[in-house]
Structure formats: structure tokens, C-alpha cells
Design a protein around this ligand. Structure first.
Ligand SMILES: *Cc1c(COP(=O)(O)O)cnc(C)c1O
Length: 482
């Protein structure tokens, strides 16, 4: 019989190749600044360079890694580049990458406490640390009725919040409420598309979502929320969930959590607060105003995988009362019964999320928190905010440009005085140059550039160069149009 085991990588081979990969990653992070930030490939280019069938025989590891350089790297957009100012940050860091490697190396499943106790207990501890780190309300700490869990994304957190809200408002009889009394959900016009998705996945139907009007700062208007809820009640519908955003994706607007929270409290509507990107700012006490009123929230989430140096995926999701969440998502098949669960003394995180299986995500966040310390995280976030604020100041002082929205933290929205066409042309030319990457939004129905600062290698020189490039490009665009 042939020895099947010879196909596995031996520990010695793993040591050798593993060191090569760690060196490869270090080299990549060192040279990423030199690469064109945005991928310069046409659809199908990447695939066309690779075999269309899997190899019959195993290939040498060095050849596999060489193909990463040859084919994969040119087909990537480099989110870790210091010249990446697009969308939102999705930063990583050395400690996070190494925590991720350890998690893969351990390969444990943390669906139950019993399937790897340390996986669950470290997660609960780290999430409690984060309550302190961000100054979150005590009700999210695991020593009370609430607690936190790591989800893959803010989208999953929003969906879980909706399922828990439905559980609470219907007393667990979702089917009955769905037919007799349609459930309704509220979020501002600027709330993330993951709210639409959650409403659809939960089976409420897109019509169940009320997009509530915003004010001149693009924040949700509490009076409009109250009116919408009252109208639905009058029509016999059952208001279920409101999603408030602390830092909208488009323009970094902050919904007034206290005013929204009071309405939700009086109306017995579940309030979920989505702080996916901006929650990280609260590591600094001077930015904790972003969470004013959060004590009203039934659930909350933010993404360390955006702006807290923890590579994707890592979303911290908290509930004030875990009973509704576990009521909505708990399962107990025979093959998962065990003594620890039966005592009720342990957390089984399978009941706090959609999938059953779960990996050891807490490890990388724990590595980040320990490696940076509170001081290190504050310094890094403060630097990004300071850079964005300097940039916003330059925009304000330049008669050819204007701020398109308030820029309280690390996102700056701007437009050229020449109008939509000029602003868009400037963005396209800058992106085509490969030197930087920016994306856009529409605010007040006008084309708006977004400059999002948050890659860990971004320094002042990169932001200075970006501003110079934007101005030079605008001069060229305007000259070409004349
Ligand atoms: C980025 C973002 C999301 C989506 O985050 P995922 O983790 O990718 O699901 C949701 N809401 C806000 C406000 C965001 O900034």
C-alpha cells in the first residue's frame, strides 16, 4: 500500500516553508508602498494565467509561492498600502497576522465551550476588555445579563440583532407576528446596505424597512423616526428594530443616539448601534462622544478589522440581554449535548451567531490588544485623526475645494468647485496613476470624493503627497476642459 502520509507536509518542511512565508509577508509589507495601489487588470486576466484544472501531482511549495508573486500580486488592490484612502480602512498588523497564523495552526472549533474551553473563555475575556477599552456601557459586560461575541462582520451583527429583536418583540412566535402584524425596521437613509440585506435574509421583505430622513449633517432625524413608528403602529404593524449608525459609511455622520434611544425605549423597539468603522475611535477618551447615548442600545457592534489593526474578519458584537439572542439562535441537537452545556454555567457561542462552527478569532484580537497596549492603540488612532484633520484644514483653506460634510474623525468628504465632472475626473486620474486609491459617494446628490485615513503605514508624507496630487490633477483636468 502506498504511504498516504508522504503527501502531508512534514513538520520540518513546514518550518522551512513557514519561515519563507513569514519572510514573504514581511517583505510585502515593506514594499507595498511601491506597488500600484489599485489592481490594474481586466476581468479574466488573473484566471487566464493559471491552469484551468487542479494539478494531478503535488507541486513544490516554492513554485506555489512564486505564482503568488507572478500572478496574484499584480491582480490585487493593496489595502495595506500607505496610499490607500479608499472605502474604509481594513488594516492589519504584525501581532494580528501572527495571531491569525496561530489560530490556523491550532485549527480548533469553538462552537461550544466544551469543544475548546480556552477558545470561548478568551473570547469572553477579550470582549470584556474591549468594553473597558472603548468605555462602553457596563450592560455589555459579560458579568451581567449581556455580553459580547466575535462575529465575522458587521453585516452578521446587524442580522443577529434583527433576529434577536424579532424574538423579543414576538415572544418567540415569529411566524404569528409575521402574518397578523407585519414587523417593521427603521434606519436612516445613510445607514449601511447591510440593514437592507438583514431585512431580506430574515424574510421580512424589503418593504418592512423604513429609511428615515436625515438632517443637513446626514444624521438620522429623531422626529422622523418617531413619526414613522407612530404611523406603523396606527396601521397595525409591529415596530421591531431601529438601527442607528455611529459613523456612516458614506460621510461619517453620527446619528443622535440619546434621542433615538429614548424613542426606542418608550416604543419598546430594539436599538442596534452600528459603529463598524468609527467605534475604534473610542479607544481615545476625547472621541467617546461618538457613543453618547449608547446606554440606551440593546446591541452594538464595531469592527476591529477596519481601524483597530486586526485583520479581517473580526467584528465585536454586544447585547445588553443575551436571552433574546440565544432564544433566536440557540439549538440543542443530541450530538452536541454535553455535561458543561447542561450545567448552564458556560457560554456556547454557537447560540450567538448564524453558523455552528467558529474559529479562534479572539487570538488575533488578544495579540493586538496585548502587543499595542491601550497607549499604543490610542497613539495610532490619534495619528490618523490628526492627519485627516490636517487634510480637512487644507481643503477648507483652498478656494478651489470644499468640504462636503463635517469631518469629525478620519474620513474627509470633499468636492472640487468645478462641479461633479471635475471632481470625478480628478478621482479617476489619481486612481489610474496607481499612486493612490480613493473612492466616492454622493452627498446632497453631488459627486463627492472620500479620503479615508486608516492604513497603519500611512504617515504625514503620504497625506501631504495626496493633497498635492489632488490639486495638481485638478489643475490639469481644468486646463484640459478649457
Ligand atoms: C463597513 C461597514 C459595514 C459593513 O461591515 P462588514 O463587516 O463588512 O459587514 C456596516 N456598517 C457600517 C457603518 C460600515 O462602515
Amino acid at each position: 500500500m502506498p504511504d498516504a502520509h508522504r503527501h502531508h507536509m512534514s513538520p520540518d518542511e513546514f518550518r522551512r516553508h513557514g519561515r519563507a512565508v513569514v519572510d514573504w509577508v514581511a517583505d510585502y509589507l515593506e514594499r507595498v508602498e511601491q506597488l500600484p495601489v489599485r489592481a490594474v487588470v481586466a476581468p479574466g486576466d488573473v484566471r487566464a494565467q493559471l491552469p484551468q484544472s487542479p494539478p494531478q501531482h503535488g507541486e513544490p511549495f516554492a513554485e506555489i509561492l512564486a505564482d503568488v508573486d507572478r500572478v496574484i500580486i499584480p491582480g490585487l488592490t493593496h489595502w495595506q498600502s500607505p496610499n490607500f484612502f479608499a472605502f474604509f480602512p481594513a488594516n492589519n498588523s504584525g501581532p494580528s497576522i501572527l495571531g491569525e497564523l496561530l489560530s490556523a495552526g491550532l485549527g480548533v472549533q469553538g462552537m461550544l465551550w466544551a469543544t475548546s474551553p480556552a477558545c470561548t473563555e478568551l473570547e469572553t475575556l477579550v470582549l470584556d476588555w474591549v468594553v473597558e477599552l472603548l468605555g462602553l456601557p457596563d450592560r455589555f459586560h459579560s458579568d451581567g445579563a449581556g455580553g459580547g461575541v466575535l462575529q465575522d462582520s458587521a453585516s452578521s451583527a446587524t442580522l443577529c440583532a434583527l433576529l434577536a429583536a424579532r424574538e423579543r418583540v414576538t415572544g418567540g412566535d415569529a411566524a404569528l407576528a409575521g402574518t397578523d402584524q407585519p414587523l417593521t425596521v427603521y434606519a436612516s437613509q445613510e445607514a449601511h446596505s447591510s440593514v437592507d440585506k438583514a431585512v431580506r435574509i430574515a424574510g421580512l421583505g424589503s418593504a418592512a424597512l423604513r429609511r428615515v430622513a436625515t438632517d443637513e449633517r446626514h444624521a438620522l432625524r429623531p422626529d422622523a423616526l418617531a413619526t414613522a413608528i407612530a404611523a406603523d403602529r396606527a396601521a397595525g404593524r409591529l415596530p421591531c428594530l431601529a438601527v442607528a449608525t455611529a459613523g456612516t459609511t458614506s460621510s461619517n455622520a453620527f446619528d443622535p443616539l440619546a434621542a433615538v434611544g429614548e424613542i426606542c425605549h418608550d416604543e419598546r423597539v430594539w436599538l442596534h448601534v452600528d459603529a463598524a468603522m468609527s467605534g475604534s475611535a473610542a479607544v481615545c477618551p476625547e472621541y467617546r462622544w461618538i457613543h453618547d447615548g449608547l446606554e440606551f442600545a440593546d446591541s452594538y457592534c464595531f469592527n476591529p478589522h477596519k481601524w483597530l489593526f486586526t485583520n479581517f474578519d473580526c467584528d465585536c458584537f454586544y447585547v445588553a440581554d443575551r436571552a433574546a439572542l440565544v432564544g433566536a439562535l440557540g439549538v440543542q441537537p443530541e450530538y452536541l449535548r454535553n455535561a458543561a452545556t447542561a450545567t448552564g454555567a458556560v457560554i456556547d457561542y454557537r447560540d450567538w451567531q448564524i453558523p455552528l462552527g467558529r474559529r479562534f478569532r479572539a487570538l488575533k484580537l488578544w495579540f493586538v490588544l496585548r502587543s499595542y497596549g491601550v497607549d499604543g492603540l490610542r497613539a495610532a488612532v490619534r495619528e490618523h485623526v490628526a492627519l485627516a484633520q490636517q487634510f480637512a484644514g487644507w481643503v477648507e483653506d483652498d478656494p478651489d475645494w470644499e468640504l462636503a460634510a463635517p469631518a469629525p474623525l478620519n474620513l474627509v468628504c470633499l468636492r472640487h468647485a468645478g462641479g461633479d465632472a471635475v471632481t470625478q475626473a480628478v478621482m479617476d486620474r489619481c486612481n489610474d496613476s496607481g499612486a493612490v486609491y480613493l473612492t466616492h459617494t454622493r452627498l446632497d446628490d453631488r459627486f463627492t470624493l472620500r479620503v479615508s485615513v486608516g492604513a497603519w503605514q500611512t504617515r504625514r508624507e503620504h497625506v501631504v503627497a495626496l493633497w498635492q496630487r489632488l490639486r495638481d490633477t485638478a489643475t490639469a483636468v481644468v486646463a484640459d476642459a478649457d
